[in-house]
Design a protein around this ligand. Sequence first.
Ligand code: 13P
Ligand code: SF4
Length: 317
Amino acid sequence: TVVETTWQDDVRRLARERDAVVLAHNYMPAEIQDVADHVGDSLALSRIAASTDASTIVFCGVHFMAETAKILSPDKTVLVPTDEAGCSLADTIDADALRAWKAEHPGAVVVAYVNTSAEVKAESDVCCTSSNAVQVVESIPVDVPVLFLPDQFLGAHVRRETGRDNLHVWLGECHVHAGITPADVRRQVAEHPDASLLVHPECGCATSALWLVGQGDLPADRTHVLSTGGMVDAARGMRGGTTLVATEVGMLHQLRKVNSTTDFRPMNDRASCRYMKMTTPELLLRALREGRDEVTVPAGIAARARQAVERMVAIGD
Ligand code: 13P
Ligand code: SF4
């Protein structure tokens, strides 16, 4: 008798044979999230990558995330289903541009969002993710200027939360999150006046949503600016009702999984990241079978970037 196996069975078997742990970001296609050992936000997955016993990490996400895993675990093999999965936000700054910016602000501390290349991290003092950006900036003495890069909307959020006017922000953006606009918020809130809001700080609408809260046009207790991991935690605590979700649409899968009573609706249903959607079951199987695509970071760059990434992993909840 022939025993039928599914592609999910093959992933599990191949991962065991390769001593691999499979990590998936919250924006991955649903079937990739469901087959992974761990699903989470950038910070949670970095922490797992740093502490896992597995000798191979298969990172279902985008390239900078896998590079961060390699920086934290240089002796492990780090694989990505395709090395073509980049990030439009990470592409808004390179090491030369950062060196020029630093030269304009001698003495400033450089805080780099994890959505950056290894070369940019190597030029930075500390990295952060959306879940600990405020705490990372708060760990820097108030009189020391900060260069925050590359996301202008996250930078504006951190400036608002910390009240620091010596925080200089690079004018980069993620095309997916920038495309979720204040007009989307106004339209959706008008259609769903009783809804709660989950807003990623990379969104073009984050600042205006909080401005509307300040004006009394949005309820403060129902408007939450959170990382993708923070959204999952918040969803666990909700019961019923409607929640508008302003981030990449892959997020809805985990929210609906942890809470089947709330109606989670995208703030903008075209907010799909084509890089995140490049990972398919076929490419995941290829990674496990053929050991490709392997992620490497030159030793000198990795050593300099590691200090900044290790500080990130140590700060925040
Ligand atoms: P987080 O998972 O850290 O919230 O990051 C979101 C993101 O845009 C990654 O590309
Ligand atoms: Fe980069 Fe934006 Fe895609 Fe996240 S959603 S990986 S920030 S392009």
